[in-house]
Write a protein that binds this ligand. Sequence first.
Ligand SMILES: Cc1ncc(C[n+]2csc(CCOP(=O)(O)OP(=O)(O)O)c2C)c(N)n1
Length: 622
Amino acid sequence: MLEKINNSQDVKKLNIDEKKQLAEEIRKYILEIVSENGGHLASNLGVVELTIALHSVYDLPKDKIVWDVGHQTYVHKILTGRKEKLKTLRKLDGIAGFPKTCESEADCFNTGHSSTSISAALGMARARDLEGKDNYVLAVIGDGALTGGMALEALNDAGYSQTKLTVILNDNEMSISKNIGGLNLFLSKLRTKKLYTKSNISAKKIISKIPIIGRPIVKIVQKGKRGIKQLIIPKMFFEDIGFKYLGPVDGNNIEQLESLLRISKQIDGPTLIHVLTKKGKGYKIAEENPDKFHATAPFDIETGKSKKEKKDDYSKIFGEKLIELANKNQKIVAITASMKDGTGLAKFAKEFPDRFFDIGIAEQHALGLAAGMAKEGMIPVVPIYSSFYQRCYDQVIHDIAIQKLPVVMCVDRAGIVGADGETHQGTLDMAFFRLVPNLAILAPKDFKELEQMLEFAIESNKPVVIRYPRGGEDGYQFMEHKNIEIGKAELLKSGTDLTIIAIGKTVARAMKIAEKLQEDNIEVEVINARFIKPLDKKMIIESIEKTRNVITIEDGTIINGLGTAIKELIIDENLQNVKIKSYAYPDKFIKHGSVEELEKLYKLDEVSILNEVKKEKILCQI
Ligand SMILES: Cc1ncc(C[n+]2csc(CCOP(=O)(O)OP(=O)(O)O)c2C)c(N)n1
């Protein structure tokens, strides 16, 4: 069946049995690709029938489907002309793991971060109405993503405005791990309601009750007519804020789904269809471990075992050190925005259940909550991925920095994360945190230094940001680990010809480059900046005055990072005859590919820097 299918038109021609067979073939195909390339498996296996039903009922690209997070769009990509290309999933220059408007007209909106879909869909629906068009607009959002503030803000607006819009709530009871929170409790009550089936009410039956075709069904419902009442449960949250609630429906049953989608087409105003799906459906190992197979490295299909060698990573080191510190200091609490496993907090959650808070996909709230706890004497530690810290920038400024509250903000997945691409790369955090007064911003050169920095941050009684990369160390054995002091850099190697100033994971690279240059008798001084703010001006000025040649290396954007800080220092201190070159990522959103490939592409790898330094010898004069 899959061989015959290239786009939604082909899907529309299939009968129900053929669609069921297609669903099975798509599952197998996705399983094969993800087991080779890595990617988001469980969520995609869960939405196969839902995606087939959506493509059967709606006409893309005229109708618009905004996928929340967008990690569950592999099936959609298969059904919109990208079946073959999906084999290049997440590879450099290959198909992205998230919707991309540049890939297909059927991707109407780029996503990657959670909870954005209802806002974007409502925007598209309002634009449609203003332009007098008649297309359908849908948002497909998971029960996890629904916990995000932006989604709730959009529901509030959509319900009140009565704009015609369909929200598909894809409820699999899971965020990455088990979904939590009051909304989840509310959904669990709805889940136990009698499932919608085609036989308990048919679309035909409802539509036949509409006196004039097109008259809002809602009016009939309000008059208490039979039939649709079974579908719409009155006096409940979604209804109360202005949505028509349809469901719950078995989200792995194409027939029932199509029937309900067709009904929703007839309803004016905003509709929410509650769809129950099973994460990992059809692949037993993922059904039993949906959290592990939410996003996975390449794995063996038979056993489910990862093909990636298991090594320590920064998140794990962070989690273990935090447990050690929390045993000594009762004031330490940990907060996660639905990323317990990814941020290394799973063990902490078990050891200190009273001091661990998973607050849902709600980064803004995570930081607001941390501020409140810090104000009352706790020491909150909040690990959030770099790109998701973008979500709570004002909370950093308004709730934490202005009041100088001692919150430890751990920026995990800082720098290039690789295959997840532009929405997930963590290249902007140094730049945006550096603007904020009262913050100390640090990055460790290795695991040991992360432990030292965490200890420093917890004792500092100030707002502190510590950024560290995805994965492990960069293969350089540092012999020394001086104590961390506020605003003090670490001199790792003395030299007279060139100063290399690096921070975080790039310090290892700086040392390797320095050792190679030594072979050509170029004496390099290497400074591990440790702090991007406050900067160790004294050590840096002394070194620059000695060598007059500087390169800076960092795994962040070229704008407002370490390189900028050093250039500002040179100008402010009026240091003369200094040549400087900064190695950082360009002022661009960095696409997907492996970390190594992207470093090479942007000439930030050891070989590229070394060649350039050797070749040019003369560095740019500022
Ligand atoms: C702002 C933001 N925070 C965190 C994440 C990481 N993340 C990706 S998917 C996901 C869980 C989403 O759960 P749900 O919406 O229920 O979708 P499911 O995968 O269960 O289908 C999380 C936390 C993100 N993408 N965006």
